[in-house]
Design a protein around this ligand. Structure first.
Ligand SMILES: C[S@@+](CC[C@H](N)C(=O)[O-])C[C@H]1O[C@@H](n2cnc3c(N)ncnc32)[C@H](O)[C@@H]1O
Length: 357
């Protein structure tokens, strides 16, 4: 049993090793640029030599007006294993430790006259305007020394291990941090995550709403699915569906009003009532009617358009966290919404705020 658990943990850890493309980071973070001024940014699942998050913040350090940039790297990362030879050349690989890089100022150290350009490797290896130290522990974001860095940070920005996303988000909330992180849309169904969205303590980002995204992977990662391969520089990549940014930092999208073009009263038969919840079914977000002020069940993709000034979220089917949605006759344990006895896949229950539009 213990051996099984160890194998499962190892398999899960290997699945967590995929690295974000710099362009995806740039496309999202451009919407928050003024919000970083004077702040300490922490990337706590990021090898500073490899992470495009660290690269983004290091190369934009002066443009964003950051106070400090911190990145910590996890012992399990295969990149950490390779790169640590830079610091502990005589230490055999299994004994090497992960490290923490910090940048506090940007001098024109290479004399090229550009104060806002940074050669990441140079600064880390020569301790110019920053430092790179081996960590005491394994670089786990939950370890005491990493929690100390979390305490110091204002904003956390990274793509954390997806298998630990519940715990990761819970920690950011517990420590009261601002964050912009990547995860999978399925995370919104977690009991630790959905209540945060309901209470408007977390929402989706701006730039990713559909399709898949490219992530770089280590040598061992299987390239089985369609769309995987090697890019022009020979880097191996996979494509992952359902990726979303999660944040609690303000952006314009979160305040945009969704235009509603349909009317319930034009054809009520298009909006059947659930058997077991006192709400109507709206199977596509574009079909949300402008003349219905009762409860509606909508697909999870509604969250891509959610403006808390326009709608309130009351709960989710398939869970037991529905606040204010009368569940008429929920039977069994699935709690799925049903129409004529047929299960309807996961729905979010919403209600419009304000009158008829
Ligand atoms: C999805 S990858 C993303 C890596 C990097 N943040 C990026 O976006 O390119 C998640 C990373 O978290 C690291 N990781 C896994 N478990 C961790 C833990 N408990 N604490 C800190 N980092 C962890 C993995 O080694 C992996 O590199």
């Amino acid at each position: 049993m213990a051996r099984n658990k160890a194998l499962q943990d190892a398999a899960r850890a290997r699945q967590d090793e995929f690295y974000t493309d710099l362009r995806d980071i740039e496309h999202e973070l451009m919407y928050y640029m003024p919000l970083f001024k004077g702040k300490t940014v922490l990337c706590n699942c990021d090898d500073p030599y490899e992470s495009a998050f660290f690269e983004y913040f290091a190369t934009s350090f002066n443009i964003l007006g950051l106070r400090k940039l911190i990145a910590t790297c996890y012992a399990g990362s295969p990149i950490a294993q390779q790169q640590l030879s830079l610091f502990e050349e005589d230490t055999p690989a299994p004994k090497r430790k992960p490290y923490c890089a910090q940048i506090t100022s940007l001098e024109d150290f290479n004399g090229d006259g550009r104060k806002d350009y940074l050669d990441v490797e140079y600064i880390l290896q020569h301790n110019v305007g920053g430092s790179c130290k081996v960590l005491e522990g394994d670089g786990d974001f939950r370890s005491p020394e990493c929690l100390e860095l979390l305490r110091e940070a204002d904003v956390v920005v990274t793509n954390p291990p997806h298998s630990l996303l519940r715990e990761y988000i819970a920690l950011l909330i517990e420590y009261g941090k601002e964050f912009v992180i990547l995860g999978n849309i399925n995370a919104v169904t977690y009991k630790e995550v959905f209540p945060l969205i309901m209470k408007n303590q977390m929402w989706l980002g701006v730039s990713i709403h559909s399709g898949d995204r490219k992530f770089y992977v280590p040598e061992y990662y299987p390239l089985e699915a369609a769309g995987c391969g090697n890019d022009d520089e020979g880097r191996r990549f996979i494509r992952v569906k359902g990726v979303r940014w999660f944040t609690n930092m303000d952006h314009h999208r979160h305040n945009e009003t969704l235009c509603l073009f349909r009317k319930y009263h034009d054809d009520p038969s298009k909006y059947p009532h659930y058997d077991n919840y006192d709400a109507i079914e709206v199977s596509k977000v574009v079909d949300i009617p402008c003349d219905w002020l009762g409860v509606m069940g909508v697909p999870v993709t509604f969250l891509d358009k959610y403006n808390p000034k326009q709608f309130e979220i009351l709960g989710m089917s398939g869970t037991n966290f529905s606040e204010g949605v009368p569940a008429c006759h929920v039977q069994g344990t699935s709690r799925n919404a049903k129409i004529s006895g047929k299960d309807i896949y996961r729905r979010i229950f919403i209600r419009r705020i304000g009158g008829i539009m």
